[in-house]
Design a protein around this ligand. Structure first.
Ligand SMILES: *Cc1c(COP(=O)(O)O)cnc(C)c1O
Length: 456
């Protein structure tokens, strides 16, 4: 079964790890649209952004020209603790499926936070420390980002204030405790500790919160507390830049064995893991050096790419953040309570939105039950219990591998396995008990949110 020369796991030596992040914006012919000031609708200046974000991260956010940005030694050293992450040849899965397809996955779940989010958390904490800040604020939905950031902040001895969407705070007490173990303070959102939180509570008593609402609270506290800035775990250009370490390692590992992928698949919430995974491949595609089919996979319950519009929108519910041009469902869209917490954001990375609009990548929406069925099929042979988010990519990889079985095509498929699902067993339980639902919003519902987009 195994190809003669290709091992089950392709590792890189420490010396082969990337020394720079790759900034795909430098190669994009159509650059992502700039963030706009929500009051004036003018592009946000570095100075304005610096009130909210760390200086060095603002520079990275606005940098559309440098293809390579050096990874500081302190971050490279931290990466060595849990990277390179393995690129696994899914021989066992191929065998089970009896497919001629060659399937590889890049596994990012091999650190305590359980996901790729640590790759950017450590970078953002480093720049905050370098600037001499006391601490950072952020929001977290299901808790993966908050966990990753808490780890990164404790490493650099920074204070970390996390606003956690209330429903997750109550339903995922273990994630909350992991964050507190790393020294973070965790506040359920909306809370009465911020002006925007009190306003949302007054308007929607009993609300269980949303990511957009937690962002507004975290930004308010960062802007109002001396020595604090706000950090975000996805969507932003800087986050995709840090996550390019995933794609660079993947490419280096494939190149070692002269493997050319036909297809690259990843799940898309705010777009950071997918953006990071595809960046170096997309660069080659834009420069005309190679061609790849690139597929974003999103939940049918929160279909930003496949049913959203490409427009300027608010990033948060309280409308305090800059406007971003992105594929969006509307900033007050709250998806049905599906179990892939990391994929429930209403918008999408401006970089990926532009690439998608330019026809350089495609997107598919998949239903929740089919995602968990794919997760189980994978777990039973590959020995990893995947996060519900990651299982979206698995669903499409399995569909493609099964197609290859029918056509006899020997496609090489690479997908991103972003994390593990041990904190998501309630969702697996729902599947086993036949209680999982597959709510898909109607066109009328989506149109109502779209009508409330800001007029820019
Ligand atoms: C947050 C998260 C995602 C989605 O976020 P992106 O920014 O789109 O990558 C996917 N998988 C896991 C495990 C996550 O924690």
């Amino acid at each position: 079964m195994a190809d003669q020369n290709i091992p089950y796991k392709i590792y890189l030596e420490e010396s082969e790890m990337p020394k720079n992040w790759y900034n795909v914006r430098a190669d994009m012919k159509n650059k992502p649209a700039p963030l706009l000031n929500p009051g004036t609708h003018q592009p946000m200046s570095a100075e304005e952004l610096s009130a909210v974000f760390c200086e060095e991260l603002v520079a990275q956010e606005l940098n559309d020209t440098d293809p390579f940005i050096p990874i500081p030694q302190e971050i490279a050293d931290f990466y060595k603790m849990y990277r390179p992450s393995p690129l696994v040849r899914a021989y066992c899965l191929e065998e089970r499926l009896k497919t001629p397809a060659k399937i590889y996955y890049k596994f990012e779940g091999n650190n305590t936070s359980g996901s790729h989010k640590l790759n950017s958390a450590i970078a953002q904490a480093y720049y905050a420390k370098k600037q001499g800040l006391k601490g950072v604020t952020t929001e977290t939905g299901a808790g993966q980002w908050g966990t990753a950031l808490s780890m990164a902040c404790s490493y650099f001895e920074l204070d970390c204030k996390v606003f956690m969407v209330k429903v997750s705070y109550e339903q995922k007490p273990f994630r909350r405790e992991v964050m507190r173990t790393y020294g973070a303070s965790v506040t359920p959102s909306p809370s009465d500790t911020t002006e925007v939180g009190r306003k949302i509570l007054a308007e929607h008593p009993g609300t269980t919160g949303s990511l957009g609402c937690a962002i507004s609270e975290a930004v308010e506290v960062a802007v109002g507390t001396p020595g604090y800035r706000y950090v975000l775990g996805s969507v932003l250009n800087q986050v995709l830049l840090h996550q390019s370490v995933i794609g660079l390692e993947t490419k280096a590992a494939l190149d070692k064995y002269h493997i050319m992928p036909d297809m690259i698949i990843g799940c898309a919430g705010g777009g950071s893991n997918l953006g990071g995974l595809i960046s170096p491949f997309m660069g080659e595609k834009i420069r005309g050096e190679a061609d790849y089919q690139i597929v974003a996979v999103e939940p049918a319950s929160c279909p930003s790419f496949t049913r959203g519009v490409y427009a300027y929108d608010f990033c948060d519910t309280g409308m305090v953040c800059p406007l971003a041009k992105m594929y969006t469902l509307g900033s007050d869209f709250i998806p049905a309570p599906n179990h892939a917490g990391g994929l429930r954001y209403h918008g999408m990375s401006p970089v990926l939105s532009q690439l998608y609009d330019d026809g350089l990548m495609e997107a598919r929406a998949v239903t929740q039950t089919s995602v968990f069925e794919a997760a189980e099929e994978f777990a039973r042979v590959e020995g990893i219990l995947p996060a519900p988010e990651s299982a979206h990519a698995i669903r499409v990889a399995l569909d493609e591998a099964k197609k290859c079985k029918e056509t006899g095509e020997e496609k090489t498929i690479v997908f991103g396995l972003t994390g593990t699902g041990y904190f998501d067993m309630v969702a697996y339980e729902k599947l086993h008990d036949g209680k999982m639902d597959d709510y898909i919003p109607t066109d009328e519902e989506l149109a109502a949110f779209r009508a409330r987009l800001p007029k820019v």
